[in-house]
Design a protein around this ligand. Structure first.
Ligand SMILES: NC(=O)c1ccc[n+]([C@@H]2O[C@H](COP(=O)([O-])OP(=O)(O)OC[C@H]3O[C@@H](n4cnc5c(N)ncnc54)[C@H](O)[C@@H]3O)[C@@H](O)[C@H]2O)c1
Length: 264
């Protein structure tokens, strides 16, 4: 897909990767960019910069996602490309409270389900459409220090694959963007002390947008702003046990360097 003349919706479009996508889609000549975010001011600011429409939306609420799809369709007649980008990061393992598990699965996984439910029937009726799911390398590999993030992103990737298989013959295209560290509030903010090892190889949100434009043009399922993730994924598939041993060594290094559990 070339974004020129397309109607595009981006959730979490008010900051970070979503903002970079909105700005790049506008530069590519999108007919309309709908900027959806929980943060009304951020959505308005980005929408003004891309001559688009802002919609306040909590993607964890199905009614909000449906209202977003309705508002975009009412304003521009259809949706060609829906980008489920909004996501959150929470640290935690088995001990994390159920409220955290519910919240992260609602935002990082169920939002993708709600989006697909909201837009697929019209996309199929209009002869096709495109879902761009911003997942994470954590969906292919794992996330040291956060079972919450790792599992919610695996679920998001599994749903993206499933939709690509189930609806591909009806003209529905799907891409999953799986970056490692990206220099946004999520990586640079206070939640991310244990993620400092990801900062070293991090890319800018604009570099992610560049990879997305190339991936959409190629209509490629997996979009990897960090190409080395493909090698890690191949190594995991080729020898799972070896990969697990390597990840344990990485965990020990990360936990050790952050002094998180006092093991050093
Ligand atoms: N930053 C990274 O290192 C990194 C790496 C891999 C994947 N990702 C993924 O990229 C996506 C975007 O992350 P980012 O780094 O740009 O984060 P960010 O925190 O900079 O921006 C996220 C945006 O989403 C909005 N948002 C959060 N919850 C929402 C909700 N329930 N409904 C609507 N909007 C909501 C926020 O208000 C914010 O504007 C996420 O899915 C994230 O998991 C980020």
């Amino acid at each position: 897909m070339h974004v020129k003349d397309q109607v595009v919706v981006v959730t979490g479009g008010g900051n970070g990767i979503g903002e970079a996508l909105c700005r790049r889609f506008h530069l590519e000549g999108a007919r309309a960019v709908v900027v959806a975010d929980l943060d009304a001011d951020a959505a308005r600011r980005v929408a003004a910069a891309v001559d688009g429409m802002s919609v306040v939306c909590d993607v964890a609420r199905e009614a909000d996602v449906r209202a977003l799809a309705t508002a975009a369709t009412k304003a521009y007649g259809k949706i060609d490309l829906f980008c489920s980008n909004a996501g959150i990061f929470l640290e935690g393992g088995l001990e994390a409270p159920d409220a955290d598990w519910d919240r992260i699965f609602a935002v990082n996984f169920k939002a993708h389900l709600y989006a697909a439910r909201a837009v697929l029937p019209e996309m199929i009726a209009q002869g096709g459409g495109y879902l761009l799911q911003v997942v994470s390398a954590a969906g292919l590999l794992t996330q040291i220090g956060s079972a919450l993030y790792a599992t919610s992103k695996h679920a998001a990737l599994a749903l993206a694959e499933w939709i690509a298989i189930e609806y591909g013959d009806q003209g529905i295209k799907v891409s999953a963007v799986c970056p490692q560290g990206v220099r946004t509030r999520m990586l640079l903010g206070e939640q991310s002390e244990r993620n400092s090892f990801l900062k070293a190889g991090s890319v800018s949100p604009e570099e992610v947008a560049e990879a997305v434009i190339a991936g959409l043009a190629a209509e490629q399922f997996l979009i990897l702003p960090h190409p080395e993730v493909a090698i890690y994924f191949q190594r995991k598939a080729a020898d799972y046990d070896r990969w697990l041993r390597g990840m344990r060594r990485l965990r020990a290094k990360v936990v050790g360097s952050a002094g998180v559990d006092g093991s050093d």
